[in-house]
Design a protein around this ligand. Structure first.
Ligand code: ADP
Length: 404
């Protein structure tokens, strides 16, 4: 039933060949159903789960995003396995958009002007924005009377201070070509920093929090008074920490040097640094932290180096942000590695004793749960908070649609 206090929101995250979805009842923030359509435009695969568990997980023809969306709606409204009786019960659709660039400072109701803005930003987000537009347009066809909202990964970082937002290169590149730091994972940093303040029972306005989103892609943010002051990703998600397959920050002349030495086109070098570097390249085993930890335990030297590089980059950014903020009230670990890698959290925090960080090793012995791991006498409170970008998107969507 559509209604102010009982809004049901469909959250979608469209990739070039995938569509992740969650149907959330905002009454109690419960997830009614969720799933993933994969290999769209190829052989097609779809799964659909409700509170009862997996309903189906099967190969199915998905020639384009429009067909995938229709099948999602069909599953949600199915007589036997559906969770709503008709698509009219969906009060709004919230879309995750990776790049909001220099145009969007907040989540927006989808209008022609907003779509044009997302289109203009395709140069900055060439991998993601075109597919997000596909998703928006396909949904407009399937649910023509349902309002849609876009929530950008970058808007949380729009409050970054000028000294963090810009690169120290001539202004013309920022002014004419929009070369500046946009960051990513903003919805996650925003969710965990807000949740952290809630768990501390304090107003975010009075807190300095360092949020560590450590997954396949990783970024760390310095959140001052509820607003992002600095973040580790830059013009693209390649900057910052060593990641699963991305190299993170390196001397920029590495690119021109490789080009001069090998003649490899710049686009291929970028591709190599994005998809074939990071933990995968160093370990020569995998970009997945679990595989690396296992190989390291078996005595593999390159896996050990990869793991140490990851630890070093997490420590460096936390240290840098502590120095930038001048004082830290709390730290949060989130995403696949942050939520599950007990040893990483322990090793990182053990190194932060100089800034008064103490964790409780027993409390830290947990995976994927919301828990405070602060130890006795710690000057900084430390939390593990599973991220929930979908809920954040749904909340923004609800607020915008209710205000219509
Ligand atoms: P994405 O950026 O693709 O959303 P995730 O947030 O799912 O990535 O994080 C994936 C990473 O989390 C992988 O490196 C994986 O090894 C790591 N991870 C997941 N579970 C565990 C675990 N139990 N212990 C250590 N690392 C884990």
């Amino acid at each position: 039933m559509k209604g102010k206090n009982n809004m049901i929101i469909l959250v979608v995250n469209t990739g070039s060949s995938s569509l992740k979805y969650q149907l959330i009842n905002m009454d109690d923030e419960s997830v009614l159903a969720k799933g993933l359509c994969e290999r769209i435009g190829e052989d097609g695969h779809m799964n659909y789960k409700t509170e009862a568990g997996t309903v189906f997980d099967k190969d199915i023809a998905l020639p384009d995003h429009g067909v995938a969306m229709q099948l999602v709606i069909d599953a949600l409204t199915d007589k036997e396995h559906g969770v709503i009786s008709s698509m009219d019960e969906i009060g709004a659709v919230g879309h995750r958009i990776v790049q909001g660039g220099y145009i969007f400072d907040k989540s927006e109701l989808i209008t022609d002007e907003v779509e044009a803005g997302i289109e203009e930003l395709c140069t900055l987000g060439p991998l993601h924005n075109p597919t997000a537009l596909l998703g928006i347009r396909a949904f407009k066809k399937v649910l023509p009377n349902t309002p849609g909202v876009v929530v950008f990964d970058t808007t949380f970082h729009r409050t970054m201070a000028d000294e963090c937002k810009y690169y120290a290169i001539p202004w013309v590149y920022a002014e004419k070509y929009h070369v500046q730091r946009y960051g990513a994972h903003g919805t996650s940093h925003r969710y965990v920093s807000e949740r952290c303040a809630e768990l501390m029972g304090q107003d975010p306005a009075g807190l300095n929090i360092i949020t560590c989103h450590l997954g396949n892609g990783s970024s760390i943010s310095a959140v001052k008074g509820g607003k992002c002051y600095d973040t580790s990703m830059g013009l693209t998600p390649l900057e910052g920490l060593v990641m699963g397959t991305r190299c993170g920050s390196i001397d920029p002349t590495v690119v021109s040097f490789i080009y001069e030495q090998t003649g490899m086109p710049v686009k291929e070098i970028t591709d190599m640094m994005t998809k074939k570097s990071g933990l995968l390249a160093v370990s020569e085993i995998s970009g997945d932290c679990r595989d690396i930890t296992k190989a390291e335990a078996e005595g593999n030297k390159k896996a050990h180096i990869a793991r140490e590089m990851l630890l070093r980059s997490v420590k460096r950014f936390i240290g840098a942000y502590a120095a930038e903020l001048g004082h830290v009230d709390a730290m949060v670990f989130t995403a696949g590695i942050g939520e599950n890698d007990i040893e990483l959290r322990e090793k990182v925090c053990d190194n932060l004793g100089f800034m008064g960080v103490v964790i409780d090793k027993e409390k830290n012995n947990c995976r994927g749960k919301e828990v405070e791991i602060t130890g006795e006498g710690s000057k900084v409170r430390v939390f593990v908070i599973p991220t929930n970008e979908e809920l954040m998107i749904a909340k923004d969507t609800q607020a915008i649609v209710e205000a219509l």
